[in-house]
Design a protein around this ligand. Structure first.
Ligand code: ADP
Ligand code: ZN
Ligand code: ZN
Length: 727
């Protein structure tokens, strides 16, 4: 008897599969990875086959048969990967498997399907009819003639419009056997666009050639299979990736290329498609359901062998994988925010090991964990031989600084840009106009009624807004507590800086890039306008520091370099360093060279001082020492547990209970910190537990045991989120 072990695709944490089903003869080609519709109690649900067996623990009469097998499924390797993610990140099998299934699985109506077009074929009888004999109406004759002119076969819509006929005419002709109608699958093709410099094929530099050689050796299994490509901004990493992908393709091997959010870095994607053509598939959330489904199928069937996409592309259905590339490996978007909170870089490493593929992580600003433990390749210079731009650190504590938002030298630089032309990029940490409102008389500070954070003035929408929950209220004229009209507004976000920049340049066009200015596709439109404009300034949040390649940017400005440093988080230094160094890398990519101005209240902070010298190794050496001393990653593993509830009492009680349950199950040498309160968010009170140890598995196991027990108690109104390796 053939038994399928099926993991139900339901989100209930308490429900633990797999469950056995008996496979009838008609379903004998069911494999690991096949999606089945199965009876489940009184319901019918979807499930994934995670194993096949000859026998079941249950007697045959208690086994049900699946109702049907869906056409598209995952592969056995991907099923293993999905279940690994579920375990590793303390999630459920259903959630882990959800990552590896065809896009749209389980969506109502059965999810997306292949798109088809009607096609018309001229039959032999149709040809004969044209040369006489049969009686034909004028429309019918026109249709047959159009078909003949098209070589005997054409999409029905084209024939109809060429002949001025309707679908009805075609159906009549088909009924008489003069035309054959069929359906032909149509590929829904995602578009990609170029934003930024053009990229002709280049002759690789010596450093690039050496890097490609090392990557090819890794693909061939002759050298370390995991490499860190540390190349300064503009050193030509993408050309190295392209050459390595071509080498993999020549060997019949597939490649996954992970890139940060596509909306912000469309040109990476575009360069791969231009160079490698139809063998490239793309998978990302801006595609329509149909496009994503078709691209997935092109990979699954092997028509496409390279997948380019953001973090979820690490689950692309590619057989015979030879290489996984993670571009801009420092980018925070590789960590998934929702359950399962996987890190695509770690999933990539695991998948590469399991499937015998090479792994390369590339960046100008490596993470401490990559720097500490990976074999390195280095591209120390820009590909065009230009020097990296000079960085000037501007102390905002001094006279002239403290009083204003733009340092005199910044205003100077912008004024010169206005006079000489060219482009600048200005980075501000926050969006909005002013970031804090308070009463001068009584000290009342405007904060969100649902979150314990201050509200931000947005001038364009004329409202005070919460950046966490979207709460909005009118900008106040007087204090609700003491009725004073002395309402003070402090600080500056992108809106205000954009205004100051426009003034300082004497009227150069200023474009703003932040999450207020971009709807769907909006980012791209803004980047394109910046690219096409002969001169101007792009002002925005960290989005402007992504891997953009605009050759005519001659000035980059960081308005508040230490804003990220002030976060109470062990990664604050790492983030500040990479933000400043990455933004600096946007400047001076053309023949005119470039400069960088970094405004800061902490000019001596290592993150800022090293970024100003483009000195990643220097920063990383100190940072790794600090992490070792404080026992932080990569020298320790962290698991964060967050409990939230509308009731403060309940979250407090449950956090205490969970903490003692987990503490009891921890291995020696591991610690649990907390429960610690975190600021209220969306009306929910929060408590956090932080678990620290040397090995990840026992920590995750202890947490899982505690969480399962808590779920078993049927928590009312308390939500628990587990974040393994939090960011
Ligand atoms: P990175 O990804 O390291 O920031 P890119 O691959 O985007 O760098 O390359 C930066 C610029 O240098 C691009 O415009 C690219 O076309 C160009 N470039 C790359 N390699 C070479 C080369 N060997 N010779 C000349 N130009 C190159
Ligand atoms: Zn007041
Ligand atoms: Zn809020």
């Amino acid at each position: 008897m053939a038994i399928a072990k099926v993991e139900p695709l339901t989100t209930a944490r308490a429900l633990r599969g797999p469950f056995d089903y008996r496979l009838p003869l008609a379903m004998e080609d069911v494999e690991v990875g096949t999606i089945l519709r199965v009876p489940f109690g009184p319901r019918r649900i979807l499930g994934v086959v995670v194993a096949l067996a000859e026998r079941s623990e249950l007697p045959p009469e208690r086994l049900a048969e699946p109702i049907e097998a869906l056409e598209a499924g995952a592969t056995p390797e991907l099923v293993r990967l999905g279940l690994w993610v579920a375990r590793e990140y303390c999630s459920t099998p259903a959630r882990g498997l959800g990552l590896v299934l065809p896009p749209g699985t389980g969506r109502s109506g059965g999810g997306p399907r292949p798109a088809t077009d009607r096609h018309a074929n001229l039959s032999a009888a149709g040809r004969a009819a044209l040369s006489g004999g049969e009686r034909l109406g004028a429309r019918q004759r026109a249709v047959l003639e159009a078909l003949l002119a098209a070589g005997g076969e054409a999409p029905a819509l084209e024939v109809e419009s060429a002949a001025g006929a309707s679908g009805e005419t075609l159906r009549r002709l088909a009924g008489r056997g003069l035309v054959e109608l069929s359906r032909v699958e149509r590929r829904r093709r995602p578009e990609s666009v170029q934003v930024g410099g053009a990229h002709a094929r280049v002759t690789l530099t010596a450093a690039q050639t050496a890097a490609v050689k090392a990557l090819v050796a890794a693909i061939d299994g002759r050298a370390p299979g995991e490499l860190l490509l540390h190349g300064v901004t503009g050193s030509g990493k993408t050309e190295v990736y392209l050459a390595a992908v071509e080498a993999a393709l020549e060997r019949g091997l597939g490649t996954i290329v992970l890139v940060p959010e596509i909306g912000l870095t469309p040109q990476a994607l575009h360069r791969f498609r231009i160079r490698l053509g139809e063998r490239v598939a793309v998978l990302h959330s801006a595609l329509s359901d149909g496009e994503r489904f078709d691209e997935w199928r092109r990979l699954r069937s092997g028509v496409a062998r390279v997948c380019v996409g953001p973090r979820s592309a690490v689950f692309a259905p590619i057989a015979g994988l030879g290489l996984i590339i993670v571009d801009e490996e420092h980018d925070a978007s590789y960590k998934q925010e929702g359950d399962p909170r996987y890190d695509a870089r770690d999933v990539a490493r695991h998948r590469a090991r399991e499937e015998g593929a090479a792994l390369v992580l590339g960046t100008a600003t490596p993470r401490p964990e990559s720097w500490a433990f990976m074999e390195r390749l280095s591209l120390p210079e820009r590909a065009d031989g230009q020097a990296l731009p000079r960085v000037e650190v501007l102390d905002m504590r001094g006279p002239g600084g403290a009083a204003s938002l733009l340092h005199p030298r910044t205003r100077d630089g912008l004024a010169r840009l206005g006079a000489d032309g060219g482009k600048a990029i200005v980075l501000v940490n926050r969006r909005g106009f002013q970031v804090h409102v308070s009463c001068r008389s009584c000290g009342h500070a405007w904060s969100c009624p649902r979150c314990d954070v201050s509200l931000v003035v947005h001038r364009e929408s004329g409202a005070l807004r919460c950046h966490h929950c979207g709460h909005a209220e009118a900008v106040p004229e007087r204090c609700p507590r003491c009725d004073s009209v002395a309402v003070a507004r402090h600080g500056a976000g992108t809106e205000r800086i954009a205004e100051l920049v426009a003034e300082a340049t004497g009227g150069l066009p200023v474009l703003r890039l932040d999450s207020d200015t971009a709807g769907r596709g909006g980012h791209l439109a803004i980047l394109r306008r910046f690219h096409e404009s002969p001169s101007g300034v792009l002002v925005g949040t960290q989005m402007v520091a992504k891997g953009h390649d605009f050759p005519d940017v001659v000035l980059a400005v960081v308005v508040d370099a230490d804003a990220t440093l002030r976060f109470p988080d062990f990664r604050a230094e790492e983030r500040a360093f990479s933000l400043v160094a990455q933004l600096a890398g946007r400047s001076g990519r053309g023949p005119r060279g470039g400069r960088v101005l970094v405004q800061t209240l902490a000019p001596d902070a290592p993150a800022i001082a090293h970024a100003a010298r483009h000195d990643a190794p220097g920063f990383l050496a100190g940072e790794l020492e600090r992490r070792r001393a404080l026992r932080y990653p990569p020298f320790a593993q962290l698991v964060r547990v967050e409990l939230t509830s509308e009731s403060e009492d309940r979250v407090e009680a449950e956090a205490g209970r969970l903490a003692s349950a987990v503490r009891g199950a921890l291995p020696d040498g591991a610690d649990l910190l907390g429960p610690a309160p975190r600021f209220r968010l969306r009306g929910r009170h929060r408590r956090q537990l932080l678990i620290k140890g040397t090995e990840r598995r026992p920590l995750v196991d202890a947490v899982r045991a505690g969480v399962d027990a808590a779920v078993g108690r049927r928590l009312r109104d308390v939500t628990i989120v587990v974040d393994v390796d939090p960011h």
